[in-house]
Design a protein around this ligand. Structure first.
Ligand code: ZN
Ligand code: ZN
Length: 94
């Protein structure tokens, strides 16, 4: 009879911090939102152009760099509560 060592459950040490650095957040997949231009009052749906910290060389052509109606700078653009449908309806009437 051979003496076996006590079966030991190997404890996997919990990592104290995440192994992969998640400090840099990726905003490439962010949601489309509704916006309103405070200069011309128009609403629109999409995304404001922002530089992703993780992919600073990537830019999305569809993102707004200014108001699509009056070309106001993004500082004049605020988030809107309107739904995409409401915006489409509004813009169809105007
Ligand atoms: Zn990204
Ligand atoms: Zn505008």
């Amino acid at each position: 009879m051979s003496k076996r060592g006590r079966p030991r459950n190997r404890l996997v040490p919990l990592p104290e911090s995440d192994p992969e650095p998640v400090g840099l957040e990726c905003i490439c997949q962010r949601q489309y939102r509704s916006y309103q231009c405070t200069k011309c009052g128009k609403h629109f749906h999409g995304r404001l152009a922002e530089i992703c910290k993780s992919h600073s060389s990537v830019s999305y052509l569809m993102d707004f760099r200014c108001c699509p109606y009056c070309a106001a700078d993004t500082v004049f653009i605020t988030q809107s509560d309107l739904s995409k449908e409401a915006i489409l309806k509004r813009n169809a009437i105007n």
